[in-house]
Design a protein around this ligand. Structure first.
Ligand SMILES: N[C@@H](CCC(=O)N[C@@H](CS)C(=O)NCC(=O)O)C(=O)O
Length: 247
């Protein structure tokens, strides 16, 4: 049995849902409400000590981190493959995965945080913030940044420059192949897709309007049946979405 601890709008959860859907795997959904800090409950921290989602439990064994989970699923359920059988091609996919984790995945958190929780976190007293940020050691840096009085435009601009660099690299890669890391849809495509969907939902689609290869890649990725399954109702960011109260 596969259990997935996730939330509809979490981009990292979306990655794993895309991989599960590509494999045609059913799972028990364990929803974690981030606004209620359910990621910090002792029960959840026992599954994932980082206090982040997603986590997967397969036959009672916990696997954490979206990319690790995706690779685990690909190894345990190899058909259809999301990695090549050739070691060099696999290295190519992994190079993209690491780049995607380090650059665009980190960058998208800045405009997301700015839009979703800057107001709430910025308005917290020191004591409220300390209470709220308990157990979030892996995200504390971002939250501290968000608390800075001038958090906003400059940080978002820097993040968008990294996202722009990513889009350009993908556009160049997709001039040579159908998908990011070759002619098969792979974990590299899955790794990037949720970031781009989030960008579209935040109104940044104009950034790739002049990039035909990138645009073709994005359209083809959204046309796969796995997209509809992974992005069930409520998974996209509502443009008017704002956290309205201190969680
Ligand atoms: N490297 C981790 C990062 C997971 C992560 O940051 N998850 C976010 C949601 S996309 C989260 O749980 N945030 C909770 C929080 O910031 O407290 C992965 O890919 O699974």
């Amino acid at each position: 049995m596969i259990e997935l601890f996730h939330s509809p709008k979490s981009t990292c959860s979306q990655k794993v849902r895309l991989a599960l859907a590509e494999k045609g795997l059913a799972y028990e959904s364990r929803l974690i409400d981030l606004s209620k800090r359910e990621q910090h409950t002792p029960e959840y921290l026992a599954i994932n000590p980082n206090g982040v989602i997603p986590s997967l439990r397969h036959a009672g064994h916990a696997v954490r981190d979206s990319s690790v989970i995706c690779e685990y699923l690909d190894e345990v359920f190899p058909i259809p493959p999301l990695m090549s059988s050739d070691a060099r091609a696999r290295a190519g996919v992994r190079e993209w995965m690491r780049f995607i984790e380090e650059v665009p995945t980190a960058a998208i958190r800045v405009p997301t945080a700015n839009q979703m929780f800057a107001k709430v976190i910025g308005a917290m007293s020191e004591a409220e913030f300390e209470k709220w940020s308990q157990n979030v050691s892996v995200r504390r840096d971002l939250y501290l940044l968000v608390r800075r009085a001038d958090f906003g435009d400059k940080d978002v601009r820097e993040a968008l420059a990294k996202l722009d660099m990513t889009i350009r690299r993908v556009d160049a890669a997709c001039a040579k192949s159908a998908w990011i890391a070759g002619d098969s849809y792979s974990l590299a495509d899955i790794g990037l897709l949720p970031t781009i969907v989030r960008m579209e939902d935040m109104g940044y689609a104009a950034m790739w309007s002049e990039m035909p290869n990138f645009s073709r890649w994005y359209m083809a990725a959204k046309e796969r049946p796995s997209f509809k399954t992974a992005y069930f109702a409520g998974s996209r960011m509502d443009p008017s979405y704002k956290w309205s109260k201190v969680p």
